[in-house]
Design a protein around this ligand. Structure first.
Ligand SMILES: Cc1ncc(C[n+]2csc(CCOP(=O)(O)OP(=O)(O)O)c2C)c(N)n1
Length: 527
């Protein structure tokens, strides 16, 4: 490798980008630095890669997650050494939990420079391993294309995962770059006949059975097959609390999400003698609470795995439906129903009602509304069909970036970003990216001026009601934040709603106006 940049031929960065584009990775969310400058420069030499700037790495990684959830293929991120990757870690964690494919490209110091422990030198691998089972240092420009093709294949799965390619600056700038052909996509495994038979036996047993859906089971095809199974057997259909992507609304079979609070989840699962897992893990409580169960599967309930993320999940559900003799048209599809447009005081429930009344066909909902969003799923269950994207890994600061990436992936579809105020402030600068890219995102910020859920958690963990110091840490007043001013400062038009009529009016206008806008909904805290 050379310590002089390439001026002719193909350098490592160019080979990398060409390989990514050939493999279908044609969007790169980035916050670059010096070690990535040849990659940045190569974007003008190589056609076909859209580069999107995020002003914090949590925006970059969350946008890559949202993009892949909707596009069904990975985006690349371009991150600046260990600190840049570390800044993006929480949303990579969410991507990992959601099994969303992401290809990280992490710039590193030139190979010969690492020995000096310069300012930005750090242990990239330790940061990456937390979220990324596949980590590779490209050792030269001749290898970088092959490494990138492998990264895309590994990330794409099934199951999807985060793959991290570390790109030393001299690999990036040196001549001799070799573009690689895409690797063939791995096929999902066919249904396991034994697993189908075992699930069918449980479903025929006459005992109470739950079918617990996650991942790839939550799109129309899987839900239709699952609903046929439930219709033929009387099984209880449930799904993960925070799905990666849940297709729902009029014409799609309903499924109840498992509650966040373990007590409610236990009630939903009570009495089951069998639980059939379909691309989902057996339910556990989010946290341990003194004296309460962690493992939520009822005692004496047998757990069966029909399919996991390596399988063709809808096909496995269809195989089960066939074995059970469930009629082809036996799915219970949701009727189209909408609530009326609300009037009166603005509450979290009134916001939910307005969303239910106005949600457009084909909307993509990025849901980080937290406590204020409690009523939204119910109010939108019969709305025109839409996709729902949840906080898969519980690391807040996901909603606005995921909305941003989803909008990049799905032009022509309106993204509705339902956003709690506290969580919004982790990655609020995603709004700037939405403005710059002209993305059709309507953001509703539920301003309840509180970390409301933590007030509840304080007592649930047995720490009591909390004294003034404790409560101060869960309160977002003093000073009160002004999300209209913050949004406008980031280049996004914004308005404030204090009544249900104002909110419905502003929501209707925002949904019909191209580009991003923010509505700050002043709502009382539910807790
Ligand atoms: C990365 C990360 N940091 C901190 C937390 C802990 N946490 C969970 S909920 C929460 C506050 C949520 O407040 P807000 O988003 O305003 O929603 P609300 O509870 O008011 O509905 C915090 C800080 C977390 N889950 N993830």
């Amino acid at each position: 490798m050379s310590d002089e940049p390439t001026t002719t031929g193909t350098n490592g960065a160019q080979a990398l980008i060409r390989t990514l584009v050939a493999a279908g990775v044609d969007v790169c969310f980035t916050n670059p630095g010096t070690s990535e400058m040849h990659f940045v420069a190569a974007l003008d030499d190589v056609a076909g890669m859209r580069a999107v700037l995020g002003l914090f790495e949590g925006v970059v990684t969350g946008a890559a997650d949202g993009y892949a959830r909707m596009a069904g293929r990975p985006a690349a991120t371009l991150l600046h050494l260990g600190p840049g990757l570390g800044n993006g870690l929480a949303n990579l964690h969410n991507a990992r939990k959601g099994r969303t494919p992401v290809v990280n490209v992490v710039g590193d110091h030139a190979t010969y420079h690492k020995q000096y422990d310069a300012q930005l030198e750090s242990d990239i691998e330790t940061v990456a391993r937390n979220v990324s089972p596949w980590v590779r240092w490209s050792s030269g420009p001749a290898d970088v294309g092959r490494d990138a093709a492998e990264a895309v294949a590994v990330a794409s799965g099934p199951p999807g995962q985060v793959a991290t390619l570390v790109l030393p600056a001299d690999v990036s700038w040196s001549d001799g770059g070799v573009v690689a052909e895409p690797l063939p996509a791995a096929a999902p495994a066919p249904p396991d006949a034994g697993a189908v038979e075992a699930a069918a036996k449980a479903l025929r047993s006459g005992e109470p059975v739950g079918v617990f859906l996650g991942g790839g089971a939550l799109r129309e095809r899987g839900l239709v097959a699952a609903s046929r199974v439930a219709g033929a057997t009387g099984a209880r259909l449930l799904c993960e609390t925070f799905p990666t992507r849940h297709e729902r609304g009029a014409g799609i079979p309903d499924v109840s999400r498992l509650a966040y609070l373990a007590e409610f989840a236990e009630a939903q699962l009570a009495g089951l003698k069998h639980l059939v897992l379909v691309d989902a893990k057996a339910p556990v409580s989010f946290f341990a609470y003194p004296g309460k169960a962690s493992w939520l599967v009822p005692e004496g309930c047998e757990v069966h795995v029909l399919a996991d993320g390596s399988h063709d999940v809808p096909v496995a559900l269809e195989a089960l439906a066939e074995v059970l003799g469930a009629p082809a048209g036996g799915a219970d599809r949701r009727d189209a129903t909408r609530p009326d447009v609300p009037t009166g005081a603005l509450t979290a429930e009134a916001v939910a009602q307005a969303v239910g009344a106005l949600l457009p066909e084909g909307a993509i909902v990025s849901d980080e509304a937290n406590t204020s969003g409690l009523s939204v799923p119910g109010m939108t269950a019969g709305a025109p069909r839409h996709d729902w994207l949840c906080l898969t890994g519980g690391a807040i600061g996901q909603g606005l970036p995921v909305a941003t990436g989803a909008a990049v992936a799905a032009p022509g579809r309106r993204v509705l970003s339902l956003q709690a105020d506290g969580s919004a402030l982790y990655t609020i600068q995603a709004l700037w990216t939405q403005a710059r890219e002209g993305l059709d995102v309507t953001t509703v910020i539920f301003n309840n001026r509180s970390y409301a859920i933590l007030n509840l958690e304080l007592s649930r963990v047995g720490a009591g009601a909390g004294g003034p110091k404790a409560r101060e840490l869960l309160d977002l007043r003093r000073p009160d934040m002004d999300f209209v001013a913050i949004s406008q400062g980031l280049g996004v038009p914004a308005s404030r709603a204090t009544t249900a009529e104002e909110f419905a009016d502003q929501l209707g206008r925002s949904l019909a106006t191209p580009g991003p806008s923010v509505i700050e909904a002043m709502v009382p805290s539910l807790i």
